[in-house]
Design a protein around this ligand. Structure first.
Ligand SMILES: *Cc1c(COP(=O)(O)O)cnc(C)c1O
Length: 370
């Protein structure tokens, strides 16, 4: 790693792969010998056409996306998908089922309620979102139009290990913003998958949507044109001027993932990184992991010391030591290390080494505080 940069454990926008940033530096000046930088190219020209097509193809190759799914590059963040999904699929007189596992799921529910009825098929609120609901805790409504889940809970650090079973014929809709392409994904299990790019895929503002063909045309035609999936699918995400830089960067990130062994390679790399951190937490006399073992996220690792003062001291000293972004989300407290795809293994090793030093220096204080 370049000495100009520090270890960034921020939850998002998050660290991007070094080779992608280095290539982007060149392409922002002059891409493909066009004499024009990537941000300055027409979105209707040949060079950008190729960039968009390559990004889509690389995405399809990574996840083996079947031909009956569209790949869309949209704007408005994952948060606009909280609205677009119910706008397009949830009629006033119908019910959508939501699996509520954290703050982002709750925000998705809030938007859905603006359009139709919502049934919370499971909620982790009672256990403060420290675990993923077990299969026998899920109660679907009689005929939901879709089931929505958040695959990885960025704020609480929990993650679904497999897709939950859903009633037959009901599309599963997933917010995969914080674990997209961190492991293999069976696209055919889903009707729609969306991911804000800024955790695992690229810059903020860009969103990847993968939608099954039969759902594309489901929405009412009196929605704002930009907010209908059919518009975006028919125009290959080029109805208006898209986030051209975002699409370019996502394409480069997809190519990087491919070069690193694809989704299986990412899964291996991520499991190894997370293991270093969780193994340390399980041994530590000072730090504790925050969530149930079976629900632990490989992307966002939440932990605390048990003392708010020590937590604050840890975050402040870590920052001084070049370990940035470790403060937990304001609604969860404690600490959180976000170790997405692009977070290098050496960053995790540096964090654990720092935690060991901090523990040695602060153990007596910790014992007294308890
Ligand atoms: C970050 C995040 C969001 C919000 O994404 P925006 O692009 O800011 O709208 C939604 N869901 C999850 C799971 C996230 O991690």
């Amino acid at each position: 790693m370049s000495s100009e940069r520090i270890h960034n454990f921020g939850a998002g926008p998050a660290v991007l792969p070094e080779p992608v940033l280095r290539q982007a530096q060149k392409d922002i000046w002059n891409i493909a010998e066009s004499g024009i930088g990537v941000m300055e190219l027409s979105h209707r020209g040949k060079v950008f056409d190729r960039i968009r097509d390559e990004a889509e193809q690389a995405c399809r190759d990574l996840a083996g996306i079947p031909d009956d799914y569209r790949v869309l590059f949209l704007q408005g963040g994952a948060s606009l998908q909280f609205s677009m999904v119910p706008m397009n699929f949830l009629p006033r007189d119908r019910t959508a089922d939501y699996l509520v596992t954290g703050v982002w799921s709750e925000k998705a529910v809030k938007e859905a309620k603006l359009f139709g009825a919502v049934h919370e098929a499971a909620s982790g609120a009672a256990s403060k979102f420290t675990r993923i609901p077990a299969a026998n805790e899920i109660r679907y409504s009689p005929s939901p139009v879709y089931v929505h889940l958040t695959t990885n809970n960025t704020i609480y650090g929990t993650q679904w290990k497999t897709e939950p079973a859903v009633p037959s014929g009901v599309p599963l809709v997933a917010d995969t913003s914080s674990d997209m392409f961190s492991r293999p994904i069976d696209v055919t299990s889903y009707g729609l998958i969306y991911a804000g790019a800024q955790k695992n895929l690229g810059p903020s503002g860009a969103v990847l949507v993968i939608i099954r063909d039969d759902l594309v045309d489901n929405g009412p035609k009196n929605l704002p044109t930009m907010l209908q999936y059919r518009t975006q699918a028919a125009e290959k995400s080029l109805y208006n001027t898209p986030n051209t830089l975002g699409i370019y960067l996502m394409g480069e990130v997809f190519k990087w993932i491919k070069a690193e062994g694809g989704l299986a390679g990412m899964a291996q790399r991520n499991a190894a990184k997370a293991k270093v951190l969780y193994d340390f937490l399980d041994e530590s006399a000072l730090f504790q992991a925050q969530v149930d073992r079976d629900s632990r996220s490989l992307m966002n690792v939440c932990f605390r010391t048990g003392s708010d003062e020590l937590d604050a001291k840890f975050v402040s000293e870590a920052t001084k030591a070049g370990l940035e972004g470790l403060k937990g989300h304001r609604s969860a407290g404690g600490m959180r290390a976000s170790i997405y795809n692009a977070c290098p293994p050496e960053a995790v090793r540096a964090l654990v080494a720092f935690m060991q030093r901090f523990e040695a220096a602060n153990r007596p204080a910790a014992a007294a505080a308890r």
